[in-house]
Write a protein that binds this ligand. Structure first.
Ligand SMILES: [Zn+2]
Length: 116
């Protein structure tokens, strides 16, 4: 909860602190590390960047699972999530010994994450 009456004071204090830190060339966020003329230090800038929509909004294409009945070779389902695979196997009244799970990574996955 914020006290509306104290807000302008708090903003003024924040602005003053920001100006002080900029003048000292230290990070305006953590107030410790040198910022080398930028507003934030490298660590804080990276943290802010990683929390931004630009990074978090990236669609991550997951893997796809194919559930194959081991005895018949019949494909029971193609599923995106491991949880669904577990449900599929249990709904079919099978155990993991009865099925073969083929896991396929989407082709873009390795490009986006840099590893496969
Ligand atoms: Zn910092």
């Amino acid at each position: 909860m914020t006290d509306a009456k104290k807000q302008p004071v708090r903003n003024a204090a924040a602005r003053r602190r920001y100006a002080e830190r900029t003048a000292k060339r230290i990070c305006t966020h953590c107030g410790k590390a040198p910022s080398f003329g930028a507003s934030r230090c490298q660590a804080c800038a990276r943290r802010a960047y990683e929390r931004s929509e630009h990074v978090r909004g990236l669609p991550v294409y997951g893997s796809e699972f194919t559930v194959v009945h081991a005895a018949t070779g019949e494909i029971l389902d193609n599923l995106e999530h491991w949880e669904d695979v577990v449900l599929c196997v249990s709904f079919a009244k099978l155990s993991f010994d009865d099925v073969e799970i083929l896991q396929e990574h989407a082709p873009m996955r390795s490009v986006l994450t840099g590893f496969s």
